[in-house]
Design a protein around this ligand. Sequence first.
Ligand SMILES: Cc1ncc(COP(=O)(O)O)c(C=O)c1O
Length: 254
Amino acid sequence: MKPGLIVLGASVFLFPHPVKEIAEVAAEIGARVVYDASHVLGLIAGKQFQDPVKEGADVVTASTHKTFFGPQRAIVLCRAGLSGKIDYAVMPCAVSNHHLNTLAGYAVACMEMLEFGEAYAKQVVRNAKRLAERLHELGMKVVGEAEGFTESHQVVIDVGDGEKAAKILEKSGIFTNRCLLPWSGGRPAGIRIGVQEVTRLGMKEGEMEHIAELIANALQDKDVREKVAELTMSFKTIRYEFEEDPAYGYWRQA
Ligand SMILES: Cc1ncc(COP(=O)(O)O)c(C=O)c1O
């Protein structure tokens, strides 16, 4: 039996999916392609990642609060002709309430993305690359070396025991996420790091080098808590946002 739906999605999302190639196969067998952009929506909006719509996806789903600036919501984009079925599948089939309390925040986030998204997404990718390179220089097993480590906001390190490493880092004030690796046999051997938040606070390549050193030192049982606190205390202002006249002014112009 041939599939009717091909869903592309990933929580560890270092490189673009082969959407174009899969869309060509899907067209041959009459299947639809769904692309889950939850993790990379801000990078797509900022034009620094693949454009799944141009590459042939029929439907794009995403959360709005990972690399995108918004509050916790979700969006579904689709080709003309599919919206009736999708609207029905969302309401009444899956959702009864569309959480109006976060709608204004989401609209502001969209306007911030239009205005600052490109600069932000460029810095996110630069930061992730520099963090990965520096971790590698410090002797850590960063995943994806042959491909340049990452093209997204994420960096993944094979640490052998991801749970233990994530706990040590957490005690140091550095929050990462243990993750499975394809070769780790169901054990979380990796840790996953995302640079989207520190980038939003204005950190650049120099800070990524510092963070890499803090991570490497913490994993060698050195006490880095004070240094982590110093770094975080000097980056407390959100960047890539409207500063004075709030977004409503922008909205009126648009
Ligand atoms: C691939 C993928 N899709 C969708 C989601 C849904 O995220 P949320 O419930 O935060 O919108 C997640 C969560 O991290 C995810 O990893």
